[in-house]
Design a binder for this molecule. Structure first.
Ligand code: ATP
Ligand code: MG
Length: 433
């Protein structure tokens, strides 16, 4: 026997039914996707669809050589023409590339969103995968704090729509502008160098390559050293300070709670001013559900004219897992509303009746039992799909042009002329909804 071929580790199938290894179903995903689409519509954001593969230099330039992503997480390969390509590890780089390529940010503002798979070679665990999905928003051309406020209010609304307000919290920080960050970096390196022997290996390495990232360290000994480290807040420029005040004033007025976290950083030079994260304690250590910030330097870094930009990305696996953890599975567990049963003489008529019903009952899921079997086994299947009503066509019904209607939850049964079925169901389903 030949060996079984399985999916790649850390790249998951999403199934229509919940099983032990894949508890989150396509229905759970669709429910979240629908809410996200509605949210984007409410705020007047437009969808952009981007390639999953880009040239490798795009990510090296946009994300930076001394980052976890570029150093060790990218899926990079040579194509048959000898070009180095990479499966996108995030969406911002491709989005900026597309905007520049098609002049979308030239003298105009943009509010864009995208959703889709991203790829990172990481150690797979709960909430961390090699193929995962992000929902991302990127805005261009707006330099005031009002756009950050809009993005944060938008995410706060999303949690409300999903019933998650109580389990997520907002952390905010300002990274200031480059000179402030450089002054801070020097002070931080100075301080950490005095405590070198207490730092973990990764942090020692980062001290020379990307010192701000040391603030991210999860190592307890390094964290202890960081307690007394200088903070970025003390080095901020006045404009960045004012920007943060404008933002927090809106959040306070809108009733959105936040915590200022001076350790919240991004290790990339193009980030400036606002960074924010929505975190939860309900998912173990993979607690960041949404991460965002201002990145006014990226467009120039990729060869465009200076363009202010702010965006965020939500890790959809973490969001769906969070919903699943809190609400349990099977909220939307039914697979049909109306289920048609037919004996072998009535198969054709059942298909035709279903087609007619779909013309008028456009919002209902109408499933025809295919594949034969006794009425008893067909009825079992109808129950299993969670249908509200079963429609039965046998030889008698065929001759009399009637149909038997069985309300599965109430157990009521009646017979109707087939011609009256649509209007009968329309009024009774409407009434029972
Ligand atoms: P982390 O610190 O958890 O590694 P990150 O800083 O690498 O996160 P970002 O690049 O900011 O993450 O991506 C935005 C969001 O995408 C994260 O907050 C998270 O929700 C999600 N995410 C990132 N990497 C993964 C992954 N490997 N699997 C699932 N979700 C992920
Ligand atoms: Mg990461």
């Amino acid at each position: 026997m030949s060996a079984k071929i399985t999916a790649i580790r850390g790249m998951n199938d999403i199934l229509p039914v919940a099983i032990k290894d894949a508890p989150v179903t396509t229905k759970d995903w669709q429910a979240v996707e629908q809410v996200l689409r509605q949210l984007m519509q409410q705020y007047g954001y437009q969808e952009i669809r981007l390639p999953i593969v880009e040239t490798t230099p795009l990510f090296k330039r946009a994300i930076g050589e001394v980052t976890d992503i570029v150093e060790k997480e990218m899926y990079t390969f040579e194509d048959r023409g000898g070009d180095s390509l990479t499966l996108r590890p995030e969406g911002t780089a491709g989005c900026v590339r597309a905007c520049l390529e098609h002049s979308l940010t030239y003298n105009q503002t943009q509010r864009l969103w995208y959703a889709g798979p991203m790829f990172r070679y990481e150690r797979p665990q709960k909430g961390r995968y090699r193929q995962f999905h992000q929902f991302g928003v990127e805005t261009f051309g707006m330099k005031g704090a009002d756009i950050e406020a809009e993005l944060i209010l938008m995410t706060a609304r999303l949690w409300k729509m999903l019933g998650l307000t109580d389990v997520v919290s907002l952390e905010l920080n300002s990274l200031g502008e480059l000179p402030a960050r450089q002054a801070y970096r020097a002070a931080l390196v100075d301080y950490l160098t005095q405590h070198l022997d207490q730092l973990d290996e990764d942090s020692k390495r980062r001290l020379t390559t990307n010192p701000l990232r040391v603030l991210d360290s999860k190592d307890p000994k390094t964290q202890a050293v960081l307690v007394n480290a200088p903070t970025l807040a003390d080095y901020l420029d006045d404009e960045s300070r004012q920007h943060m005040q404008t933002l927090t004033a809106v959040l306070t007025a809108a009733g959105v709670k936040y915590t200022l976290n001076p350790r919240l950083v991004r290790g990339l030079d193009y980030y400036n001013k606002t960074v924010f994260e929505w975190v939860t304690s309900a998912l173990g250590s993979q607690g960041t559900v949404c991460a965002g910030g201002r990145y006014d330097g990226l467009v120039t870094q990729l060869g465009g004219q200076a363009t202010p930009a702010v965006g965020f990305a939500i890790g959809l696996e973490r969001l769906v897992l969070l919903l699943d953890t809190l609400k349990g599975q099977g909220q939307l567990s039914s697979d049909s509303d109306i289920y048609l049963l037919a004996d072998e003489t009535a198969v054709q008529q059942a298909l035709l009746v279903a087609e007619t019903l779909r013309n008028s009952l456009t919002n209902y899921r109408i499933v025809t039992h295919c594949g034969g079997g006794s009425f008893k086994s067909q009825m079992k299947k109808a129950d299993k799909t969670g249908a509200v009503v079963a429609l039965i066509l046998g030889q008698d019904e065929l001759v009399q042009q009637t149909i038997t209607v069985k309300w599965l939850q109430k157990g009521e049964q009646l017979s109707l002329p087939q011609a009256e079925l649509s209007s009968y169901l329309q009024s009774s389903l409407g009434a029972s909804a």
